[in-house]
Ligand binder design. Sequence first.
Ligand SMILES: [Zn+2]
Length: 363
Amino acid sequence: MLQMAGNLVFRCSYDGDIAMFCLPNGSSFDGMCDVVRSKFTNLANGSFEIKYVLPGADPCVLCNDDDMSFMFAFFSVSGCEYVELIVRNTCSPVTESAIIIPDVDPEFNPFIDVDIVDNSSGKVFLCEAWKGCITHVQQRFPGGVSDFRNQLGKFCIAMGVEVEFKKNHRNRVTAVCSRSVDEGCKWFVHAVLRRSDGSFVIKKLVNEHTCTGRFMGRKTKMTRSKVVASVIADKMESEPNMAAKDVVKSMKRDYGITVPYWNAWNAKEMAWREIHGDDDKSYRDLVRYVDMLQQTNPGTRCFLEVEPQTYRLCRIFVAIGGCINGFMRCRPIIFVDATFLKSKFKGTLMAATAINGDGGIVV
Ligand SMILES: [Zn+2]
Protein backbone atom coordinates (compact mmCIF):
# COMPACT_ATOMS: atom_id res chain seq x y z
CA MET A 1 0.00 0.00 0.00
CA LEU A 2 1.42 3.36 -1.01
CA GLN A 3 0.60 5.01 2.25
CA MET A 4 2.44 7.89 3.80
CA ALA A 5 1.63 8.38 7.49
CA GLY A 6 -2.03 7.32 7.08
CA ASN A 7 -2.50 8.86 3.64
CA LEU A 8 -4.37 7.12 0.86
CA VAL A 9 -3.22 7.46 -2.75
CA PHE A 10 -5.95 8.14 -5.31
CA ARG A 11 -5.88 7.57 -9.05
CA CYS A 12 -8.63 9.78 -10.37
CA SER A 13 -9.99 9.60 -13.94
CA TYR A 14 -12.21 12.16 -15.61
CA ASP A 15 -13.04 12.57 -19.28
CA GLY A 16 -10.02 10.52 -20.38
CA ASP A 17 -7.51 12.31 -18.13
CA ILE A 18 -5.84 10.84 -15.06
CA ALA A 19 -4.62 12.63 -11.91
CA MET A 20 -2.90 11.19 -8.85
CA PHE A 21 -3.10 12.71 -5.38
CA CYS A 22 -2.92 11.86 -1.68
CA LEU A 23 -5.37 12.61 1.10
CA PRO A 24 -4.84 12.06 4.82
CA ASN A 25 -7.07 9.70 6.79
CA GLY A 26 -10.07 11.62 8.12
CA SER A 27 -10.34 13.96 5.13
CA SER A 28 -13.79 15.40 4.54
CA PHE A 29 -15.91 14.91 1.43
CA ASP A 30 -15.72 18.66 0.73
CA GLY A 31 -11.93 18.43 0.92
CA MET A 32 -11.98 15.59 -1.62
CA CYS A 33 -14.19 17.69 -3.96
CA ASP A 34 -11.82 20.65 -3.67
CA VAL A 35 -8.84 18.51 -4.68
CA VAL A 36 -10.72 16.92 -7.61
CA ARG A 37 -11.83 20.35 -8.87
CA SER A 38 -8.24 21.59 -8.69
CA LYS A 39 -7.06 18.69 -10.87
CA PHE A 40 -9.51 19.04 -13.75
CA THR A 41 -11.03 21.94 -15.60
CA ASN A 42 -14.79 22.36 -16.28
CA LEU A 43 -15.81 20.97 -12.90
CA ALA A 44 -18.04 23.40 -11.01
CA ASN A 45 -19.10 22.95 -7.41
CA GLY A 46 -21.90 20.37 -7.19
CA SER A 47 -21.80 19.57 -10.91
CA PHE A 48 -20.04 16.22 -10.66
CA GLU A 49 -20.20 12.91 -8.86
CA ILE A 50 -17.34 10.81 -7.54
CA LYS A 51 -17.33 7.02 -7.36
CA TYR A 52 -14.64 4.75 -5.99
CA VAL A 53 -13.97 1.23 -7.21
CA LEU A 54 -14.23 -1.60 -4.70
CA PRO A 55 -12.32 -4.69 -5.84
CA GLY A 56 -14.78 -7.21 -7.31
CA ALA A 57 -17.81 -4.96 -6.85
CA ASP A 58 -19.62 -2.18 -8.65
CA PRO A 59 -18.31 1.39 -8.13
CA CYS A 60 -19.66 3.05 -4.98
CA VAL A 61 -20.85 6.64 -4.88
CA LEU A 62 -19.07 9.10 -2.58
CA CYS A 63 -21.61 11.57 -1.21
CA ASN A 64 -20.66 12.57 2.30
CA ASP A 65 -18.19 12.27 5.15
CA ASP A 66 -19.58 8.86 6.22
CA ASP A 67 -18.76 7.45 2.78
CA MET A 68 -15.29 8.92 3.13
CA SER A 69 -14.80 7.25 6.55
CA PHE A 70 -15.86 3.85 5.19
CA MET A 71 -13.59 4.20 2.17
CA PHE A 72 -10.58 5.09 4.32
CA ALA A 73 -11.33 2.24 6.75
CA PHE A 74 -11.64 -0.31 3.92
CA PHE A 75 -8.62 0.70 1.86
CA SER A 76 -6.35 1.20 4.89
CA VAL A 77 -6.36 -2.60 5.35
CA SER A 78 -7.08 -3.78 1.78
CA GLY A 79 -3.48 -3.86 0.51
CA CYS A 80 -4.42 -2.00 -2.71
CA GLU A 81 -1.74 0.28 -4.12
CA TYR A 82 -4.20 3.07 -4.73
CA VAL A 83 -7.90 3.86 -4.76
CA GLU A 84 -9.46 4.16 -8.20
CA LEU A 85 -11.80 7.17 -8.45
CA ILE A 86 -14.19 7.84 -11.33
CA VAL A 87 -15.44 11.40 -11.76
CA ARG A 88 -18.44 12.12 -13.94
CA ASN A 89 -19.78 15.53 -14.88
CA THR A 90 -23.48 15.33 -14.02
CA CYS A 91 -24.23 18.40 -16.14
CA SER A 92 -22.84 16.75 -19.25
CA PRO A 93 -25.12 14.86 -21.62
CA VAL A 94 -22.33 12.33 -22.13
CA THR A 95 -23.32 9.16 -20.31
CA GLU A 96 -20.34 6.92 -20.96
CA SER A 97 -18.24 5.97 -17.98
CA ALA A 98 -15.45 8.47 -17.58
CA ILE A 99 -12.99 5.63 -17.14
CA ILE A 100 -13.34 4.65 -20.82
CA ILE A 101 -10.98 6.57 -23.06
CA PRO A 102 -12.46 6.58 -26.56
CA ASP A 103 -9.96 6.14 -29.35
CA VAL A 104 -11.88 8.61 -31.47
CA ASP A 105 -13.33 11.80 -30.07
CA PRO A 106 -17.11 11.18 -30.19
CA GLU A 107 -17.65 14.81 -31.21
CA PHE A 108 -15.32 14.48 -34.14
CA ASN A 109 -17.20 13.76 -37.31
CA PRO A 110 -15.23 14.38 -40.49
CA PHE A 111 -18.01 12.98 -42.64
CA ILE A 112 -19.88 16.18 -43.38
CA ASP A 113 -20.29 16.95 -47.00
CA VAL A 114 -19.37 20.31 -48.43
CA ASP A 115 -19.00 21.50 -51.96
CA ILE A 116 -15.95 23.42 -52.95
CA VAL A 117 -17.05 25.91 -55.56
CA ASP A 118 -15.00 25.68 -58.73
CA ASN A 119 -12.82 28.74 -58.72
CA SER A 120 -12.97 29.12 -62.50
CA SER A 121 -13.96 32.80 -62.23
CA GLY A 122 -10.48 33.61 -60.94
CA LYS A 123 -11.80 34.95 -57.64
CA VAL A 124 -9.38 34.34 -54.76
CA PHE A 125 -11.30 33.02 -51.78
CA LEU A 126 -10.24 33.58 -48.17
CA CYS A 127 -9.64 29.84 -47.78
CA GLU A 128 -6.50 30.25 -49.89
CA ALA A 129 -4.84 31.46 -46.68
CA TRP A 130 -5.61 28.11 -45.05
CA LYS A 131 -2.84 26.50 -47.12
CA GLY A 132 -0.52 27.84 -44.42
CA CYS A 133 -2.36 26.08 -41.58
CA ILE A 134 -0.01 23.05 -41.65
CA THR A 135 3.57 24.00 -42.43
CA HIS A 136 6.42 22.43 -40.46
CA VAL A 137 7.63 20.01 -37.80
CA GLN A 138 7.44 21.53 -34.28
CA GLN A 139 4.51 23.73 -35.40
CA ARG A 140 2.45 24.32 -32.25
CA PHE A 141 -1.33 24.50 -31.86
CA PRO A 142 -2.07 26.23 -28.54
CA GLY A 143 -5.70 25.05 -28.40
CA GLY A 144 -4.73 21.34 -28.23
CA VAL A 145 -6.22 18.55 -30.31
CA SER A 146 -9.34 20.49 -31.24
CA ASP A 147 -7.23 23.36 -32.57
CA PHE A 148 -5.05 20.94 -34.56
CA ARG A 149 -8.07 19.17 -36.10
CA ASN A 150 -9.61 22.49 -37.10
CA GLN A 151 -6.39 23.66 -38.74
CA LEU A 152 -5.96 20.31 -40.49
CA GLY A 153 -9.54 20.51 -41.80
CA LYS A 154 -8.94 24.03 -43.15
CA PHE A 155 -5.64 22.95 -44.72
CA CYS A 156 -7.35 20.06 -46.53
CA ILE A 157 -10.13 22.31 -47.83
CA ALA A 158 -7.62 24.83 -49.15
CA MET A 159 -5.41 22.15 -50.71
CA GLY A 160 -8.35 20.23 -52.17
CA VAL A 161 -7.31 16.94 -50.62
CA GLU A 162 -8.73 14.43 -48.18
CA VAL A 163 -6.92 12.61 -45.41
CA GLU A 164 -7.61 9.46 -43.42
CA PHE A 165 -6.96 9.23 -39.72
CA LYS A 166 -4.83 6.26 -38.68
CA LYS A 167 -4.94 7.46 -35.08
CA ASN A 168 -7.36 10.05 -33.78
CA HIS A 169 -6.92 10.32 -30.05
CA ARG A 170 -6.98 13.34 -27.75
CA ASN A 171 -3.27 12.70 -27.06
CA ARG A 172 -2.07 11.92 -30.60
CA VAL A 173 -3.30 12.18 -34.17
CA THR A 174 -1.83 10.46 -37.22
CA ALA A 175 -3.24 11.11 -40.68
CA VAL A 176 -2.24 10.05 -44.19
CA CYS A 177 -3.43 11.14 -47.61
CA SER A 178 -6.59 9.30 -48.70
CA ARG A 179 -4.77 8.49 -51.98
CA SER A 180 -1.81 6.88 -50.16
CA VAL A 181 -2.85 3.38 -51.28
CA ASP A 182 -4.30 4.16 -54.73
CA GLU A 183 -1.60 6.53 -55.90
CA GLY A 184 1.21 6.06 -53.37
CA CYS A 185 0.96 9.63 -52.10
CA LYS A 186 3.34 10.05 -49.17
CA TRP A 187 1.65 13.02 -47.45
CA PHE A 188 1.65 12.27 -43.71
CA VAL A 189 1.32 14.10 -40.40
CA HIS A 190 1.78 12.95 -36.83
CA ALA A 191 1.09 15.32 -33.95
CA VAL A 192 1.06 14.76 -30.19
CA LEU A 193 -0.12 16.51 -27.05
CA ARG A 194 2.48 18.49 -25.12
CA ARG A 195 1.41 17.90 -21.53
CA SER A 196 3.32 20.86 -20.10
CA ASP A 197 0.98 23.41 -21.68
CA GLY A 198 -1.83 21.38 -23.30
CA SER A 199 -0.82 22.38 -26.82
CA PHE A 200 -0.53 20.04 -29.82
CA VAL A 201 2.78 19.80 -31.67
CA ILE A 202 3.59 18.31 -35.08
CA LYS A 203 6.33 15.70 -34.64
CA LYS A 204 6.49 14.23 -38.15
CA LEU A 205 5.35 15.77 -41.41
CA VAL A 206 5.71 14.90 -45.09
CA ASN A 207 3.98 17.93 -46.53
CA GLU A 208 3.87 17.15 -50.23
CA HIS A 209 0.95 15.66 -52.11
CA THR A 210 2.01 13.74 -55.19
CA CYS A 211 -1.56 12.56 -55.75
CA THR A 212 -4.25 13.94 -58.03
CA GLY A 213 -6.67 14.17 -55.11
CA ARG A 214 -8.17 17.51 -55.99
CA PHE A 215 -11.84 17.64 -55.13
CA MET A 216 -12.65 21.11 -56.37
CA GLY A 217 -16.17 21.09 -57.78
CA ARG A 218 -17.34 17.98 -55.96
CA LYS A 219 -18.18 16.92 -52.44
CA THR A 220 -15.57 16.24 -49.79
CA LYS A 221 -15.64 14.89 -46.26
CA MET A 222 -12.86 17.09 -45.00
CA THR A 223 -14.71 19.66 -42.99
CA ARG A 224 -17.13 19.69 -40.14
CA SER A 225 -19.29 22.09 -38.23
CA LYS A 226 -16.43 22.92 -35.86
CA VAL A 227 -14.33 24.22 -38.75
CA VAL A 228 -17.22 26.41 -39.91
CA ALA A 229 -17.87 27.49 -36.31
CA SER A 230 -14.25 28.59 -35.87
CA VAL A 231 -14.54 30.62 -39.08
CA ILE A 232 -17.77 32.42 -38.18
CA ALA A 233 -17.10 32.93 -34.44
CA ASP A 234 -15.46 36.34 -34.97
CA LYS A 235 -18.24 37.44 -37.27
CA MET A 236 -20.95 36.39 -34.82
CA GLU A 237 -19.52 38.69 -32.15
CA SER A 238 -20.33 41.69 -34.33
CA GLU A 239 -23.49 40.13 -35.83
CA PRO A 240 -25.14 38.23 -32.97
CA ASN A 241 -28.40 37.77 -34.89
CA MET A 242 -26.71 35.98 -37.77
CA ALA A 243 -29.02 33.23 -39.06
CA ALA A 244 -27.97 29.85 -40.46
CA LYS A 245 -28.80 30.98 -43.98
CA ASP A 246 -26.44 33.96 -43.49
CA VAL A 247 -23.70 31.48 -42.53
CA VAL A 248 -24.34 29.53 -45.75
CA LYS A 249 -24.13 32.74 -47.82
CA SER A 250 -21.03 33.99 -46.02
CA MET A 251 -19.13 30.71 -46.43
CA LYS A 252 -19.94 30.58 -50.13
CA ARG A 253 -19.17 34.25 -50.84
CA ASP A 254 -15.98 34.57 -48.78
CA TYR A 255 -14.54 31.07 -48.72
CA GLY A 256 -16.01 29.42 -51.82
CA ILE A 257 -17.48 26.65 -49.70
CA THR A 258 -21.06 25.41 -49.94
CA VAL A 259 -22.16 24.31 -46.49
CA PRO A 260 -25.46 22.40 -46.09
CA TYR A 261 -28.05 24.32 -44.07
CA TRP A 262 -28.05 21.98 -41.07
CA ASN A 263 -24.27 22.02 -40.81
CA ALA A 264 -24.43 25.82 -40.90
CA TRP A 265 -27.07 25.79 -38.14
CA ASN A 266 -24.93 23.42 -36.06
CA ALA A 267 -21.86 25.60 -36.61
CA LYS A 268 -23.82 28.71 -35.58
CA GLU A 269 -24.89 27.02 -32.33
CA MET A 270 -21.28 25.99 -31.61
CA ALA A 271 -19.98 29.49 -32.28
CA TRP A 272 -22.70 30.95 -30.05
CA ARG A 273 -21.73 28.60 -27.20
CA GLU A 274 -18.07 29.54 -27.70
CA ILE A 275 -18.85 33.25 -27.35
CA HIS A 276 -21.74 33.38 -24.87
CA GLY A 277 -21.65 30.00 -23.09
CA ASP A 278 -24.06 27.10 -23.28
CA ASP A 279 -27.74 28.11 -22.95
CA ASP A 280 -28.79 24.62 -21.82
CA LYS A 281 -26.09 24.50 -19.15
CA SER A 282 -26.96 27.99 -17.93
CA TYR A 283 -30.57 26.92 -17.34
CA ARG A 284 -29.46 23.67 -15.69
CA ASP A 285 -27.23 25.70 -13.35
CA LEU A 286 -30.12 27.86 -12.12
CA VAL A 287 -30.77 25.68 -9.07
CA ARG A 288 -27.17 25.98 -7.93
CA TYR A 289 -27.15 29.68 -8.82
CA VAL A 290 -30.14 30.30 -6.55
CA ASP A 291 -28.47 28.33 -3.73
CA MET A 292 -25.22 30.25 -4.07
CA LEU A 293 -27.01 33.61 -4.19
CA GLN A 294 -28.81 32.87 -0.93
CA GLN A 295 -25.66 31.56 0.75
CA THR A 296 -23.43 34.45 -0.24
CA ASN A 297 -25.87 37.40 -0.08
CA PRO A 298 -27.69 37.54 3.29
CA GLY A 299 -31.31 38.65 2.96
CA THR A 300 -31.61 37.53 -0.66
CA ARG A 301 -35.04 36.27 -1.73
CA CYS A 302 -35.19 33.79 -4.62
CA PHE A 303 -38.08 31.70 -5.91
CA LEU A 304 -37.65 29.12 -8.62
CA GLU A 305 -40.80 27.53 -10.04
CA VAL A 306 -40.72 24.49 -12.34
CA GLU A 307 -43.36 22.21 -13.85
CA PRO A 308 -43.71 19.27 -11.41
CA GLN A 309 -43.68 16.56 -14.10
CA THR A 310 -41.05 17.83 -16.50
CA TYR A 311 -38.95 20.11 -14.23
CA ARG A 312 -39.20 22.70 -16.98
CA LEU A 313 -38.58 26.26 -15.79
CA CYS A 314 -41.74 28.32 -15.34
CA ARG A 315 -40.38 31.45 -13.66
CA ILE A 316 -37.62 32.67 -11.39
CA PHE A 317 -37.64 35.64 -9.04
CA VAL A 318 -34.44 37.11 -7.63
CA ALA A 319 -34.08 40.01 -5.19
CA ILE A 320 -30.53 40.43 -3.91
CA GLY A 321 -30.33 41.27 -0.20
CA GLY A 322 -28.32 44.44 -0.80
CA CYS A 323 -30.86 45.65 -3.40
CA ILE A 324 -33.77 45.03 -1.01
CA ASN A 325 -32.04 47.28 1.53
CA GLY A 326 -31.49 49.85 -1.22
CA PHE A 327 -35.17 49.87 -2.16
CA MET A 328 -36.09 50.60 1.48
CA ARG A 329 -34.30 53.95 1.12
CA CYS A 330 -35.85 54.94 -2.23
CA ARG A 331 -38.77 57.14 -3.08
CA PRO A 332 -42.00 55.08 -2.76
CA ILE A 333 -42.49 54.47 -6.50
CA ILE A 334 -41.29 51.30 -8.24
CA PHE A 335 -40.88 51.18 -12.02
CA VAL A 336 -41.23 47.79 -13.72
CA ASP A 337 -39.96 47.23 -17.25
CA ALA A 338 -39.68 44.09 -19.37
CA THR A 339 -37.86 42.85 -22.43
CA PHE A 340 -38.23 39.73 -24.54
CA LEU A 341 -35.50 37.08 -24.45
CA LYS A 342 -34.56 36.25 -28.03
CA SER A 343 -32.05 33.42 -27.52
CA LYS A 344 -32.78 29.69 -27.80
CA PHE A 345 -35.24 29.70 -24.90
CA LYS A 346 -37.78 32.47 -25.22
CA GLY A 347 -39.25 34.32 -22.28
CA THR A 348 -39.58 37.71 -20.68
CA LEU A 349 -37.06 39.38 -18.42
CA MET A 350 -38.58 41.89 -15.99
CA ALA A 351 -36.65 44.33 -13.83
CA ALA A 352 -37.77 46.70 -11.08
CA THR A 353 -36.12 50.07 -10.55
CA ALA A 354 -36.60 52.94 -8.15
CA ILE A 355 -35.17 56.42 -7.56
CA ASN A 356 -33.11 57.13 -4.43
CA GLY A 357 -32.76 60.37 -2.52
CA ASP A 358 -30.06 61.68 -4.86
CA GLY A 359 -32.13 61.00 -7.98
CA GLY A 360 -30.02 57.92 -8.83
CA ILE A 361 -31.51 54.74 -10.24
CA VAL A 362 -31.54 51.63 -8.05
CA VAL A 363 -32.11 48.33 -9.87
ZN1 LIG B 1 -2.06 13.20 -51.51
